[in-house]
Ligand binder design. Structure first.
Ligand code: AMP
Ligand code: ZN
Length: 137
């Protein structure tokens, strides 16, 4: 179902312009308007799903397959030194467009981005408590 107020629905539908670098029946991939690095791309399903939790498993795996395909295209054409793949769900997680999308962010040894978190070891009892909360074990 398309949401007429959604900017990515409009892009997928061709109603507003974008730099589409990939398209098939179900997905498009466009250059991000405010790229973190050269080649920052968004993989977007044409159907409107607000986030990961709204997607069925088949569409979620189809999205990952497209992300891999488009990542390969970026790697081939731009020769980055690495690539981040990230996907935000909810405002607190940084989601600003409420239509599911996967970010592909090519990384270069020379780029100044800091997309990864700083690891800090957790206390064993904290890890155990989270483990129990999730698994009941
Ligand atoms: P997120 O914060 O994960 O929801 O990501 C939304 C992304 O969409 C941001 O990186 C924006 O720069 C990008 N964006 C928003 N509007 C457009 C647009 N019209 N064309 C291309 N990228 C867009
Ligand atoms: Zn939408």
């Amino acid at each position: 179902m398309k949401d007429p107020a959604c900017i990515f629905c409009k892009i997928a539908n061709g109603d507003i312009p974008s730099k589409k670098i990939y398209e098939d029946e179900e997905f498009v991939a466009i250059l991000d308007l405010a790229p973190a690095t050269k080649g920052h791309t968004l993989v977007i399903p044409k159907e409107h799903y607000p986030d990961l939790f709204a997607m069925d498993e088949q569409t979620a795996s189809a999205a990952m397959l497209r992300a891999r395909r488009v990542a390969g295209l970026l790697k081939e054409k731009l020769s980055p030194d690495g690539m981040n793949m990230t996907q935000n769900n909810g405002e607190v997680a940084g989601q600003t467009v409420l239509h599911y999308h996967i970010h592909l962010i090519p990384r270069y040894l020379s780029d100044p981005e800091h997309i990864n978190w700083k690891p800090a070891p957790a206390e064993p009892e904290v890890l155990q408590s989270v483990f129990s909360e999730i698994t009941g074990g």
